[in-house]
Design a protein around this ligand. Structure first.
Ligand code: ATP
Length: 199
């Protein structure tokens, strides 16, 4: 599995549609200060479902939409598509190529697509959860992030490893199932009380 391409349209400084193609192996993005290198990394985090504006170096999520320059008016929406080569079947989907799209409008509305079909953020997260590209994005190490990993408390470091190993998904599913069981228990008790009252 490797990232094949990334298309940005109206995302941060990328007003016009721009596609970066990646080959297997190492890719370097070079450019002068402020030319948008980090915006490319932000776009990868964003399309994979990043929900925190701060993680994307903004004050609010709307800041990812092209805000305009002296020569160009602001845009109404941002769109990013990440295409992943899945010929090794690493992602649990019957396609050798998987495109994930995220779109956001100035109204605050957003949408996701997997291979052109509308879906929920949860579907994107589920699709990626065993690949190590999880919700917490430990695969993207930003400036200064490495330090925080090295100095993390053992419990936090364990959470990073669990996320990367795909254990977190099962832990979350277990928690959800336990919550459902609890709710069921409450309903059952209530039913028992009602039955007793009716007798
Ligand atoms: P450095 O080498 O200094 O780290 P960089 O190449 O990583 O720089 P970025 O931080 O990716 O640069 O890009 C910063 C540029 O993106 C700034 O010029 C900023 O004005 C522009 N930018 C960020 N958000 C938006 C937006 N919503 N609309 C328009 N331009 C934006």
């Amino acid at each position: 599995m490797h990232l094949k391409s990334l298309t940005l349209k109206g995302f941060k400084s990328f007003a016009s549609a721009t596609t970066l193609r990646f080959e297997p192996g190492i890719t370097c993005v070079v450019g002068p200060n402020g030319s948008g290198k980090s915006n490319v990394v932000d776009a990868i985090a964003w399309v994979l479902g990043e929900q925190g504006a701060k993680a994307l170096r903004g004050g609010k999520m709307e800041d990812v939409i092209f805000a305009g320059t002296t020569g160009r008016a602001p845009l109404g929406r941002a769109e990013v598509t990440l295409t992943i080569d899945n010929s090794d079947g690493a992602l649990p989907i019957e396609y050798s190529e998987v495109s994930i799209t995220r779109r956001m409008f100035r109204s605050g509305e957003g949408e996701y697509e997997i291979n052109g079909d509308r879906c929920r953020l949860l579907d994107v997260q589920e699709l990626l959860s065993d690949s190590g590209i999880g919700r917490e994005m430990h695969v993207l190490v930003g400036q200064g992030k490495l330090d925080s990993y090295l100095h993390a408390r053992p419990e936090d470091r364990r959470a990073f490893i669990e996320e990367a190993a795909g254990v977190l998904k099962h832990r979350k599913r277990k928690e959800k199932a336990l919550r459902k069981l609890e709710a069921m228990e409450v309903n059952l008790n209530r039913l028992t009380d009602l039955t007793a009252e009716l007798r």
